[in-house]
Design a protein around this ligand. Sequence first.
Ligand code: CA
Length: 332
Amino acid sequence: MRCVLRPALLLAVATLAAAEPRPLIIAHRGASGYLPEHTLAAKALAYGQGADFLEQDVVLSKDGVPVVFHDTHIDTTTDVAKKFPGRQRTDGRFYALDFTVAELKQLNVSERFNAQTGKATFPQRFPVGIGSFQVVTFEEEIRFVQGLNRSTGRNVGIYPELKAPAWHRKEGRDLAAVVLPILRKYGYDAKDTACYVQCFEYAEIKRLRGELGWSGKLIMLLGGKGKGPGETDFTYLQTDAGLAELAKLVDGIGAPISSHVTGKSPSERQVTDLAGRARKAGLKSHPYTLRADELPKSVKDADELVRVLFDEAKVDGLFTDFPDLCIRHLKR
Ligand code: CA
């Protein structure tokens, strides 16, 4: 039966949606606890596990195409050193920016490993070098997510991070100027769409809202303490004055879990007031990153960390390599 909603009721529905009644589960590089990060397989698994948002880290290729990689260098997640020997820079690293998309497509993406020793970063995870996984362009991934949204009837969002904008600028490239038109093309340039853009660099956040006219949702990523790149003072930005300043530009903050929950053991655990102070300033809190195989000492297991973050710290979302563990908590 067709349901006709009256305007007052429509407004109530929109408000409910805006309030996000439960914390958002953000799949960190996909369900990267189970499959190599930033592969479409890891994204599909996270989608199937029930994640609300899938994260993309974005850097540029040599031919100026945004590609999905966590790092500017690509030798810890691909076989680039074997396929393109001699193409490293003087620091010994291989950079996405030095390879065309056609070249990047020849690589096999692997579970993360140490480029010197070849050993797995997370030994209990998917085996290093196993499987056939391709590098993904940002636009390919958006089409993939939107295709799944069409076939399932869900509206899972994207959560792109602009990686190292200041470094790209030094290399003569403007990452945001390439990424924003793609987001606009796919309909993500408004606050009510399922997209959060995130960045660690305050200068770039200011530029996104100013010069570049970005009107969609924005998240300021915060390191623990001290200074970051691009005029970023993480210590100041977590003060009440800093949060009030941020609230004029962004919709929320993404701080490390250690900024919300501290303590050297479960009995010494303390929940900080960061999420509460952020909320008072009008900001959401989406901390990073829940990893079942890299837990802080303040909790006994992943379940406890999810419970503390959601029920005590009262965060609004959570980046996780293990979306299923967080969904399981919400279903209980
Ligand atoms: Ca990221």
